[in-house]
Design a protein around this ligand. Sequence first.
Ligand code: CA
Length: 234
Amino acid sequence: MARSVLVVEDERKLRELLRAYLERAGFAVYSTGSGAEAIGLARERALALIVLDLGLPDVSGEEVMREVRAVGDVPILVLTARASEEERIRGLELGADDYVTKPFSPRELVLRAQAIVRRGRGDTRAGEEDLVTFGEGELAIDESRRHASVRGGVVTLTPTEWGILAALATTPGRVFSRAELINRVRGYEFEGYERTVDSHVKNLRRKLELDPRTPRIIETVLGGGYRLGLRRDG
Ligand code: CA
């Protein structure tokens, strides 16, 4: 079955170009130039990815992202018009999984889209649980289902957040540099990746920590990176 991608871009030519490239790569494509319509589509359709232009005429891309995040964890690839670090970081802080700065090569965008969709796809081994717990059950991770829970409650994570948590959990206590984390998650580094990792860790902490200001699950190691602060059980 074709994976569905929603393209949200108000420049018609660019929208059509993206549709053509993504369809050629085997995706089923919905497209719209309206943020409001995008929010509706994201609620109704089972999407594997949203490609979202931040500069929309009706509803801002940030608002679209907030609405989409409120109802689910579909990966979002953000298109930004300016090479503005601030805009990019804002998008990532709202939970975007990747970004591309205009002008970009459609081929590169398709490669990024494929990488995100691959990452977001859980293992399909039905019913097979692979549960590992940390901190006397405080955190539980099911690698095969790409599923995490904290203090008994399920947490929904974006593919990038999941990737960072899963990487840290491979070796509790070991310090992972930001470059190492981004490489594990994306397979490559890019300009600004340090702040990107920090943004995703911030979001992860908001979801996992009792008090995100004094994190105990994902610890910061000054000058080093991050580590899982809980011990593996058993
Ligand atoms: Ca635009």
